[in-house]
Design a protein around this ligand. Structure first.
Ligand code: ADP
Ligand code: ZN
Length: 518
């Protein structure tokens, strides 16, 4: 049967979407293929149809064991001979699947990478003709990525073990360098590459300065999403639990989700989110991979994500049905310092830390944007958007900016004059001329920057420091106390060769209440 015929007769769809047909053709022709498509874009048929068209069984590698039985059940509904092999099967069940495989009675076989790479499994597969090997969630092979799975590294051996079998790597998340990393680490041979559009025009991207986070979140939910389903991401498990409890007290149907909760509770909460209306999941990043719920109306971040990729992946869970949805985030000075310290004090090697720092810098840069947010987001994924999107906070409510060159120079000088080892609070006190015991002990009440910033409020100074850090003029020190140092790029500003404009604070301090006035 042709691919087109399979699409219509097996799936009941009238036409291919986007590049599905070209992807399938490449695999059917025996080529290795790399597919980047946002979640919900229709990746499954890209490997399922070649498995049905080509001779032999299609092997699907996925890290998501919990989803395999659902996927297989759905395929069986369509009359496809699908099965999975994983740790949830007992010996008897697994033996039956293996017998079906040997008898050539399977079209598709799902398994996790560690299962596939067992010598026993590889030997078993070597006995049967293979239609293709599909590697789903292929970004898990990226060592710098947020979903790295060491088991994925072993998959490169498939190239040598099954030389004539086309392999297809699929992912919904991969910036340009990660794509090359996937190709290299999976040893794809001259793959045909397909990159679908990553734009999600119905998602409205918004970033607000963090003030009273609880009140901001409450206003956002009450005014814009009463009774609607969404995800609230927090950095720590403790904060997840506290936030969920607090939202419940405020009358929302909120449940916590993080890796430290008992498995049954996690499953139950996920199930409620998927099956019931208007459930809010408060979660760490442990929640989300493989979640496909069409009517998620908002994804809120109470803490800064570690990278633009992670952010895009997480916000991409909103609005899969194409209806308007919000990607709403709060961001403040604490995030910058906390994230930098997490990286600096981590176990990772120097190279990895450098990569993480630059990913964080890109994320911070995104937060401090005063122009369209969608354009740089798409550029990050190697795509371009000619005109501003008209559906992000900066497009809808253009921020006003002020020249801040002079205060920025004062702030940088204060860092320098106090020895490049103090944190923001101390520096703000210093600029405001607060002659406390510490200032006197260090003799900082005698230096030229002491008290030169009295015409600005402490709040303004804190914002300015945040923006200077986010833009890379100041580095947060490794010692874990958040001391600030001048970076190389501070020189231009200090010498008066550069100017800087920063966004003016919005009066409400919350993205939530801005829609009404727009
Ligand atoms: P992904 O794996 O990329 O997240 P899926 O393969 O789960 O996406 O597909 C998302 C949805 O789109 C599914 O409901 C699927 O049935 C539907 N779909 C995929 N391809 C087509 C098509 N050609 N025509 C109609 N619906 C499609
Ligand atoms: Zn925009």
């Amino acid at each position: 049967m042709s691919a087109q015929a399979v699409l219509q007769r097996v799936y009941g769809y009238s036409a291919f979407r986007g590049e599905q047909e070209a992807i399938i053709d490449a695999a059917v022709a025996g080529r290795d293929v790399l597919v980047l498509m946002p979640t919900g874009g229709g990746k499954s048929v890209c490997y399922q149809i070649p498995a049905l068209v080509r001779e032999g069984v299609g092997i699907v590698v996925s890290p998501l064991i919990a989803l395999m039985s659902d996927q297989v059940a759905a395929l069986r509904q369509l009359g496809v001979r699908a099965a999975y092999l994983n740790s949830t099967l007992d010996f008897q069940q697994a033996s039956e699947i293996e017998a079906q495989l040997r008898a050539g009675e399977l079209d598709l076989l799902y398994m996790a990478p560690e299962r596939l790479m067992l010598p026993r499994t590889l030997d078993l597969l070597a006995e049967s003709p293979l239609a293709l090997i599909a590697i789903d969630e292929a970004h898990c092979v990226s060592q710098w990525g947020h979903d790295f799975r060491p088991e994925y590294l072993g998959l490169s051996a498939l190239a040598a073990r099954f030389p004539g079998v086309p392999r297809m790597a699929l992912t919904a998340t991969a910036d340009v360098p990660t794509r090359d990393e996937i190709v290299q680490r999976l040893a794809l041979q001259d793959p045909a590459r397909f990159v679908a559009s990553f734009d999600r025009p119905n998602i409205r991207y918004r970033v607000s300065e963090r003030g009273n986070a609880k009140q901001q979140l409450l206003r956002f939910l009450q005014k814009e999403h009463p009774g609607e389903a969404g995800v609230v991401y927090c950095l720590s498990r403790k904060k997840v639990e506290a936030t969920a409890e607090w939202l419940r007290d405020a009358g929302f149907d909120a449940v916590p989700y993080h890796a430290g909760l008992p498995a049954e509770m996690r499953a139950a909460h996920q199930e409620r989110f998927l099956r019931e209306d208007g459930v809010i999941v408060v979660a760490t990043i442990a929640f989300g991979m493989g979640i496909d719920k069409p009517d998620v109306r908002f994804v809120a971040h109470l803490d800064l994500p570690g990278s633009v990729e992670a952010y895009y992946q997480e916000t991409g869970r909103a609005g899969r049905d194409g209806e308007p949805a919000d990607a709403w985030m709060l961001y403040g000075l604490g995030d910058v310092v906390q994230r930098r310290q997490m990286i600096d004090s981590g176990e990772a090697g120097d190279e990895r830390k450098r990569v993480e720092r630059s990913k964080l810098d890109a994320m911070l840069g995104y937060c401090e944007l005063d122009s369209c947010r969608r354009q740089p987001l798409l550029r990050y994924f190697g795509q371009s958007l000619e005109t501003a999107c008209g559906n992000c906070d900066n497009c809808l409510w253009p921020p006003e900016t002020d020249d801040a060159t002079e205060p920025a120079r004062q702030a940088l000088s204060a860092v320098y004059r106090t020895g490049q080892r103090f944190g923001v609070s101390y520096l703000v006190d210093h600029l405001m001329g607060k002659a406390d015991e510490r200032a006197q002990r260090f003799g900082h009440d005698q230096v030229s920057t002491f008290g030169i910033g009295r015409e600005l409020t402490a709040e303004r100074w804190r914002r300015l420091f945040r923006q200077l850090i986010a833009r890379g003029y100041l580095d947060v020190d490794v010692d874990g106390y958040g001391g600030l140092r001048l970076s190389e790029s501070a020189r231009g500003l200090l010498k008066g060769q550069e100017t800087i404009r920063v966004r003016r604070k919005v009066a409400t301090g919350s993205g939530g209440s801005r829609r009404a006035s727009a």
